[in-house]
Ligand binder design. Structure first.
Ligand SMILES: *[C@@H]1O[C@H](CO)[C@@H](O)[C@H](O)[C@H]1NC(C)=O
Ligand SMILES: *[C@@H]1O[C@H](CO)[C@@H](O)[C@H](O)[C@H]1NC(C)=O
Ligand SMILES: *[C@@H]1O[C@H](CO)[C@@H](O)[C@H](O)[C@H]1NC(C)=O
Ligand SMILES: *[C@@H]1O[C@H](CO)[C@@H](O)[C@H](O)[C@H]1NC(C)=O
Ligand SMILES: *[C@@H]1O[C@H](CO)[C@@H](O)[C@H](O)[C@H]1NC(C)=O
Ligand SMILES: *[C@@H]1O[C@H](CO)[C@@H](O)[C@H](O)[C@H]1NC(C)=O
Ligand SMILES: *[C@@H]1O[C@H](CO)[C@@H](O)[C@H](O)[C@H]1NC(C)=O
Ligand SMILES: *[C@@H]1O[C@H](CO)[C@@H](O)[C@H](O)[C@H]1NC(C)=O
Ligand SMILES: *[C@@H]1O[C@H](CO)[C@@H](O)[C@H](O)[C@H]1NC(C)=O
Ligand SMILES: *[C@@H]1O[C@H](CO)[C@@H](O)[C@H](O)[C@H]1NC(C)=O
Ligand SMILES: *[C@@H]1O[C@H](CO)[C@@H](O)[C@H](O)[C@H]1NC(C)=O
Length: 576
């Protein structure tokens, strides 16, 4: 260890002299019981038992970048603060130190390089309880960090003054006197589609998260969570780093992360507010990941997986979502959260590859992401798949089974667990769009268009009808040989306490409500793409169908504002 990297445990003049003497380079100074100052020549913070405050940087000399805000901290389920009992330099190189802040639950590491504005963080699990959310966050000076930026939203954070006269209409959702609604959920995004995000004052100062890998994020491609926002009770500019989340935008589930699990490293990057500069820094991080400085054998030991997915009708599984997750396939991909997770899409030939995967056993999951597979509602689930150090596990040709003997009658929407293709679906996240869906509508197969005539979500009391034709000879033939029709209903999300009846030509097939579906918050928290995916099938006897015009009806019988059913696809086919 380089001698200048010293932990100085004493107080008073001696420590001031020592910290001055060690000014060239990263440092850690203990200033009291559960009190430390650390940083490098460019920035430093004062760490208390839980909060790091007084963030100073040469970017804005003399300005406290935390100010009256809370600063940096970590908590479990947004409720239990992580409390640090001691800190020490546990590793170092020529130009960096790795400081571990220890707590009973986790150790938070700050890896500080000589010349870097910011630091790498990683967290190591010691004994977390069963949890849904584990995060770190910066709550920064609202007078300096005026804007927020994610891969899909770049805007001013709502000024704190707006909240004073606003009415809270639901959790963290405020209606202003003029009817405009502001909510932190409008800043959410899909965690696997991020580039970088943070809070900034244009041309002044920016504080950013760069995650060159998402292997320590929970869930699949469909995982969404919060990013940045204005704290409604204090006005702090908040930069969340929710890396463990089996709660937001899904049916929540508690998981127990294994001892030794590492979240990170990610980079907390401080700059003058230039987004071009963060983009360059991100490119640099992508090129240097996995980081050679992390002295952890499991982190450094990696292999790869390749394979090609082909549907049983011969089609390549073009564009399919492929997920490397838990070996226990009884856990839904969206709430898998103990191990490490990798996501990709198959190419046009159905080929996929996962480079730089931590060694171990995984489950492989593939499902349609629309496009050429828009009619595919089956999936591939393969377990276990082994990743071996320094090797590529070539899975070769993987068969994707489609049900035999099926003939499509109609399909409304694409199977992709995503409501984007419907009217009002897709980005941006926006509160209360559900209320713009009509109460009643009729969709005529062959004439209507999903983009304008079927809405992303049903909510109001009324009936949505799909009208379709059945050929007389076909009906006679299928009836004669004992075939049935199969109605597949794929939902991108469901929020209680809505209920709807499903019928064919007025004959009730079933009721979808909170007795059969567990609520997810996707719809009332501004998502117009998805909450948690559901799949329901009803078999229809040919005697309930007629030659000529038929209908499938969806009748909402119970209404709760901003709640309802988010659609993915509705598919009717013959099965013989
Ligand atoms: C922290 O940074 C500020 C601003 O750069 C500087 O004035 C101060 O001396 C630093 N404190 C320590 C302990 O390095
Ligand atoms: C930190 O404190 C804990 C609890 O007091 C103790 O067990 C541990 O050894 C300490 N670690 C160091 C590096 O001093
Ligand atoms: C809040 O309401 C009060 C009283 O109506 C008004 O004086 C004040 O200007 C309002 N503040 C804002 C930020 O709209
Ligand atoms: C309502 O007030 C907010 C805050 O001043 C403003 O941003 C928004 O444009 C206003 N909306 C309308 C419809 O006037
Ligand atoms: C911000 O920093 C970048 C990178 O150092 C630099 O290119 C840019 O000119 C700076 N912008 C301002 C407004 O200082
Ligand atoms: C890496 O960690 C091991 C085990 O903790 C230790 O023995 C070794 O000296 C470390 N290597 C470096 C380069 O720090
Ligand atoms: C795969 O299909 C089965 C059967 O419908 C379903 O239970 C499972 O949730 C699906 N998995 C994925 C990842 O779509
Ligand atoms: C949802 O579907 C749209 C349209 O196909 C696509 O652009 C988008 O990437 C999808 N989003 C997710 C999270 O899958
Ligand atoms: C939601 O939208 C409906 C109609 O589009 C409107 O009547 C209602 O006031 C809105 N609610 C809020 C809280 O904005
Ligand atoms: C929807 O249709 C039902 C049945 O025809 C009708 O009673 C209801 O008024 C309609 N709702 C709206 C908003 O038009
Ligand atoms: C049943 O009849 C339909 C319509 O004539 C035909 O397309 C289908 O192949 C038949 N299925 C079987 C199993 O014979």
């Amino acid at each position: 260890m380089a001698p200048r990297h010293q932990l100085v445990p004493s107080l008073g003049l001696a420590s001031l002299l020592c910290s001055t003497a060690s000014a060239a380079g990263p440092f850690l100074t203990q200033t009291g019981t559960q009190e430390w100052v650390f940083g490098n020549d460019l920035w430093n913070v004062s760490q208390g038992a839980s909060y790091a405050t007084k963030l100073y940087s040469t970017i804005l000399p003399g300005e406290d970048l935390v100010g009256t805000a809370y600063g940096h901290y970590s908590d479990i389920d947004g409720a239990t603060l992580v409390e640090y009992t001691n800190a020490s330099i546990v590793a170092s190189g020529d130009d960096w130190i790795d400081i571990a802040f220890e707590s009973t639950d986790v150790d938070l590491h700050w890896v500080i390089f000589d010349d870097l504005q910011g630091a790498y963080h990683y967290m190591v699990n010691k004994a977390t309880p069963s949890l849904e959310i584990l995060r770190t966050l910066w709550r920064l000076n609202p007078d300096l960090f005026l804007n927020g930026r994610t891969n899909i939203k770049d805007d001013i954070l709502p000024p704190f003054s707006l909240y004073a006269n606003a009415t809270e209409v639901q959790d963290e959702t405020f209606e202003l006197a003029n009817g405009t609604v502001i909510t932190k959920y409008d800043w959410s995004n899909f965690v696997r589609y991020r580039d970088y995000y943070g809070v900034y004052g244009p041309d002044v100062v920016g504080s950013w998260w760069i995650h060159p890998s998402t292997e320590y994020f929970t869930g699949s491609q469909l995982s969404q969570t919060l990013t940045v926002h204005r704290e409604s009770s204090t006005g702090d500019s908040v930069q969340l780093n929710v890396f463990q989340d089996t709660s937001h935008f899904r049916v929540g589930a508690y998981v127990t992360p294994p001892v030794g699990k590492i979240w990170g490293p990610w980079l907390w990057y401080l700059n003058n507010g230039s987004k071009e500069d963060v983009e360059q820094r991100r490119a640099q991080e992508l090129a240097s990941w996995p980081y050679s400085w992390l002295n952890n054998t499991a982190y450094q030991t990696r292999g790869a997986i390749t394979g090609t997915l082909t549907l049983s009708d011969g089609r390549p599984a073009a564009g399919a979502s492929v997920f490397l997750g838990d070996t226990d396939t009884s856990i839904r991909p969206l709430v898998q959260g103990t191990n490490y997770y990798y996501t990709t899409q198959a190419d046009a030939s159905g080929a996929f590859s996962f480079p730089d995967v931590r060694t171990g056993a995984y489950g492989l999951y593939a499902w349609s992401d629309g496009g050429a597979l828009a009619d595919v509602y089956t999936n591939v689930t393969l377990t276990p798949v082994a990743v071996t150090a320094g090797e590529t596990t070539a899975l070769g040709e993987l068969a994707w089974a489609l049900p035999a003997g099926r003939t499509e009658i109609f399909r409304v929407g694409d199977f992709d667990k995503n409501a984007s293709e419907f009217a009002n679906g897709g980005l941006p996240y926006k509160f209360n769009v559900t209320s713009l869906s009509p109460a009643n509508l009729t969709f005529v197969v062959g004439q209507s268009d999903v983009a304008t005539d079927w809405y992303y979500a049903s909510s109001a009391l009324g009936t949505w009808t799909i009208q379709f034709e059945i050929d007389e000879a076909a009906l006679a033939g299928y009836s004669a040989n004992g075939s049935t029709a199969l109605l597949s209903i794929s939902l991108a999300g469901y929020s209680q306490s809505q209920a709807q009846n499903v019928d064919v030509n007025g004959v009730l097939l079933g009721t979808l409500d909170d007795d059969v579906l567990t609520s997810d918050p996707g719809l009332y928290r501004s998502s117009r793409i998805s909450g948690e995916w559901r799949f329901i099938q009803y078999e229809i006897d040919p005697s309930d169908l007629v030659a000529g015009t038929n209908t499938i009806g969806f009748t909402i019988t119970r209404f709760t504002e901003w709640r309802g059913f988010m659609w993915d696809s509705i598919f009717l086919e013959w099965q013989s």
